[in-house]
Design a protein around this ligand. Structure first.
Ligand code: CP
Length: 316
């Protein structure tokens, strides 16, 4: 059973956005703001002597590197398993629970990415040290959602009364699932979900998320994008989740973020976000738009948010 944060992060796991409430999100953001103002020398004193194990059963650029960077900037060290299905004893058939029991002998926190939804709950249940979910299949990616929320908060100074667009793969996109849960904690938010019909949210998820108080509007054409969104959150169609690659090929570029679309549908205030990697669904020419945050502010905030989480979870 996952523990709610309720404003106290010490020794807690971070597996789902469902563990959070407004107070906890705001406590985290306050810590992020503090870290951004603190000198590197002072930050380095926080986690000296601590070790994080990073275990990524799926590939990663940002989540792996930013967790490693965050931990090291706070003075800690990391044990890195970037390809455990070829380099760890998982290849010999060691269970995820046994692996967890071993890693907790050597480190103070585990950060894990796994292709199967629900695995991180199992790992957190087995572990006696805190566990961070770095993405579990089509499940959740809580630290991504927290950095996305921080990026929106930094820009608009609030997380309530916002109108947003999420585009791409609503069905398989774990970052979308976590971000919807995150924004549901705050009142008055409306999210337009733009996807091909085949990639809309599962009906169970649509019902579950709508029951959290957020207004979700499913749209299937760029014509229906409202012109006054605070943010556009573009996502990749998740190739690795398709059994039939022909279906993926058909759907992968259903919606592309272009300069033309921006000129037709974006507002001056609209920020453009993407968890990355992108594989053609954002035109490179959009990168220079000052409202594009996906290559700069958003990933940088990822490092700061993860520093804040490590600090709050591990600092006694
Ligand atoms: N945003 C994200 O999860 O990127 P990576 O897969 O590169 O970690």
């Amino acid at each position: 059973m996952l523990k709610s944060i309720k404003g106290i992060f010490t020794n807690k796991d971070i597996v789902s956005l469902s563990q959070f409430d407004q107070q906890s999100v705001m406590k985290l953001f306050k810590e992020v703001m503090k870290i951004k103002k603190t000198s590197p020398k002072k930050l380095f004193k926080n986690l000296q002597g601590k070790i994080a194990t990073l275990v990524f059963f799926e590939p990663s650029t940002r989540t792996f590197s930013s967790h490693a960077s965050a931990f090291k900037r706070l003075g800690g060290q990391t044990i890195d398993h970037q390809n455990p299905m070829t380099t760890s004893s998982a290849v010999k058939g060691e269970s995820i629970e046994d692996m967890t029991h071993m890693l907790e002998q050597y480190s103070d926190i585990i950060v894990m990415r796994h292709p199967t939804k629900g695995t991180l709950e199992k790992v957190a249940e087995a572990a006696t040290i805190p566990v961070i979910n770095a993405g579990d299949g089509v499940g959740e990616h809580p630290t991504q959602a927290l950095l996305d929320m921080y990026t929106i908060f930094e820009k608009f100074k609030r997380l309530k009364g916002l109108k947003g667009l999420m585009a791409g793969d609503m069905l398989n996109g774990r970052t979308v699932h976590s971000l919807i849960k995150g924004l549901s904690m705050f009142p008055g938010n409306t999210i337009y979900l733009l996807s091909p019909k085949e990639l809309r949210l599962s009906r169970e998820e649509y019902k579950e998320y709508s029951g959290r108080g957020i207004r979700l509007v499913e749209i299937f054409s760029t014509k229906d994008i409202p012109s006054d969104c605070h943010f556009w959150y573009w996502t990749r169609v998740q190739k690795e989740r398709f059994k039939d690659q022909k279906v993926y090929e058909k759907l992968k570029l259903s919606f592309i973020l272009t300069k033309k679309l921006i000129s037709e549908k974006a507002a001056k205030k609209t920020i453009f976000m993407h968890p990355l990697p992108r594989v053609g669904e954002i035109e490179v020419s959009v990168d220079d738009d000052p409202r594009s945050l996906y290559l700069t502010t958003q990933p940088k905030n990822g490092m700061y948010v993860r520093m804040a989480l490590f600090k709050l979870i591990l600092k006694s």
